[in-house]
Design a protein around this ligand. Structure first.
Ligand SMILES: [Zn+2]
Length: 320
């Protein structure tokens, strides 16, 4: 493992618990991800930087794995940071881009009509405003994507790892095979592929299909150590990916058994899959549900049709 990279662990107000940032103590001093924007997180950041002989003003550039508030929160508090790198979608969030979020809310409103979601579960506006509260309050200076290079990080390859977020990038050091993985690959838990609105004029993203593709793609790289956004640092094993994909296929099988005897709406599948959690964690459970339906449809097991404005799924003729 890289001996110039240090982990910083910060509290978050979220169920996931602590989040990690990573400091690369090279020239320039670079930080990957930036926790959540709370006083507790900032205090923990300053204290842990001190323990490694650094002050906040020593940090020169920041690289972001994705737009979620627990990864961007403190970026505006580092006065000497003159370069902040991340995906174009991360910047739409950081900018709180008005046109984009008007489109985002309108998109979900019509999507939830199609998914037959009752009014009381629709909380997209609240989710966006909560994110704004805890996320970083400055814009990116540089938009990056797979194939590009970050100055000072010439050994680091940028890998597109969409799925958990449409903005997700991971960073692989090709000299020592260490990967900063954000929330793409965690040791103990499978990450949630989260449903997002597309950029205006584009098709709905299919986050679970992206997640499967970008997870499998990791097997083609030489990765040794994974530095995740949450949980323990771990050694990469290609079989971990197979295991994650298999667990997801088992859940899809459960959905397929349910669809076998009904024609169903996405909301009904969500209630079936998550009877205890769908009301409190609607965004996450609906994301997981539509992911499984996208997977089954893509694999040819189910067909979808619009009936009276509502999307319904049924078993494909081959399997009836
Ligand atoms: Zn995340």
């Amino acid at each position: 493992m890289n001996n110039t990279i240090y982990q910083i662990t910060l509290p978050t107000p979220y169920a996931v618990g602590d989040v990690h940032c990573y400091i690369l103590k090279e020239d320039p001093i670079t930080m990957f991800d930036a926790g959540v924007d709370t006083e507790e997180a900032w205090e923990a950041m300053v204290k842990q930087l001190n323990e490694m002989g650094l002050k906040p003003n020593d940090i020169q550039q920041i690289v972001l794995t994705h737009h979620h508030p627990d990864h961007t929160g403190l970026i505006h508090r580092f006065e000497n940071v003159n370069a902040v790198y991340g995906h174009a979608i991360t910047n739409l969030w950081l900018k709180q881009d008005e046109a984009y979020f008007a489109h985002y809310e309108a998109y979900f409103s019509s999507l939830y009509d199609k998914f037959a979601v009752p009014e009381q579960y629709r909380n997209v506006q609240k989710t966006i405003h909560n994110a704004f509260r805890f996320q970083g309050k400055r814009e990116l200076t540089n938009i990056i994507d797979e194939g590009q290079e970050i100055p000072g990080l010439e050994n680091w390859r940028i890998i597109e790892t969409k799925g958990h977020a449409q903005s997700h990038l991971s960073f692989l050091n090709e000299m020592d095979h260490t990967m900063v993985a954000g929330d793409h690959l965690l040791k103990h838990i499978s990450s949630n592929p989260i449903l997002e609105a597309p950029l205006p004029g584009n098709e709905r993203p299919k986050p679970l299909l992206h997640y499967r593709r970008t997870l499998k793609n990791l097997q083609s790289f030489n990765i040794e150590t994974v530095l995740p956004g949450h949980g323990d640092i771990f050694e990469f094993q290609p079989k971990l990916i197979d295991h994650r994909l298999q667990r997801q296929e088992e859940r899809a099988q459960k959905v397929l058994d349910y669809v076998r005897d009904h024609e169903v709406t996405p909301f009904e599948v969500c209630q079936f899959l998550f009877p205890k959690h769908y009301d409190k964690q609607f965004g996450l459970t609906m994301s997981e549900t539509i992911g499984q339906l996208d997977y089954l449809e893509e694999a040819g097991y189910v067909d979808s049709i619009i009936r009276n404005g509502v999307l319904t799924y049924k078993l494909a003729p081959l399997y009836t």
